[in-house]
Design a protein. Sequence first.
Length: 99
Amino acid sequence: MILTDQKTRIIHTKVNHPFTIKLWEDRTTAHRWHVEFDPLSLSLMDDDFQRTTIASTVDAGNRVFEFRALKTGLHHLIFAKRMGVVVTEEHRVYQIIAE
């Protein structure tokens, strides 16, 4: 699935070299990022949450995804913000160009 109406970000990388994507996430509102990708082309190495707001009622920060390309070529990452199982209108689309 490629979303052509969204602003696409391009990342250049080399095969087996890690690259990181950081997205703001406010877990207080139950909105979380979910990612779609071809597991034969890309590997999710790490998925971490780094809190940046410190308060007893707020759980917000950066969601940090670390990937690596498994083969050369053009690959896609599609991040959709969801609230539970409901997909919101917010998406992030990345083209990964691996050499």
